[in-house]
Design a protein around this ligand. Sequence first.
Ligand SMILES: *Cc1c(COP(=O)(O)O)cnc(C)c1O
Length: 245
Amino acid sequence: MAEPLYAYDVEEQLQERLAANLAHVRHRIAEAAARVGRQPEEITLVAVSKTFPVEFVKVAYNLGVTDFGENRVQEALPKIAAFHPSGLRWHMVGRLQSNKAKKVAEAFDWIESLESWHSAQALSRHAGALGRRLPVLLEVNVAGEASKGGVSPEALPDFARQVAALPQLEVQGLMTVAPLVSNAEEVRPVFRTLRELLERLRSLLPQCPWQHLSMGMTDDYWVAIEEGATIVRLGRAIFGERSRQ
Ligand SMILES: *Cc1c(COP(=O)(O)O)cnc(C)c1O
């Protein structure tokens, strides 16, 4: 019969499991980067901790992860309040509602999912009141899926021009959530399109840095890296299976 587990053993098991997952992920990131002549340091790993308790975040942080992502403001705020050492960046990756813009501007370090002019204005205003400048990514719905957020590729240039004019937001690049497919190769064109959109914006709006492409999740991050991702957002590959999205 199994011995009862003490809290100490549970913690140690969690650490071993996350360490193994991270080693595997870092190895695959390095392999994918090498295949296309890139350096692994060019790629930031964002660990998406949604549905997992803040203890998981602390363990991953102690294993060297510096960036964490959440997709729901209500769930994220207590975690951020509980753990936000300097050098740790919290990324908002989910649907943004303008009525939560104040809390988002206060708590998060990066906004990856900007898709509405209303939210952009509210975020800029609240960031200004806090004396900060917020790095943002514009979310693009490359595949035109009704269930997903993001502006259409057609609407992107005008949206980018508007957001770039807001003083308290620093437009760093683009983000997308690719369609769910059984073979990661099928979403390669989505990633390629996002990179092409970024290149076009670079010449259209040279005043913005346009450095970042946030694309690639647990099922497709190696393909995204081959197509130029500078940020990959991984949940299950690091923390394990979730009971919800
Ligand atoms: C949940 C989520 C992720 C991570 O998904 P995994 O498939 O677990 O890697 C990445 N980006 C966004 C926007 C998410 O909501």
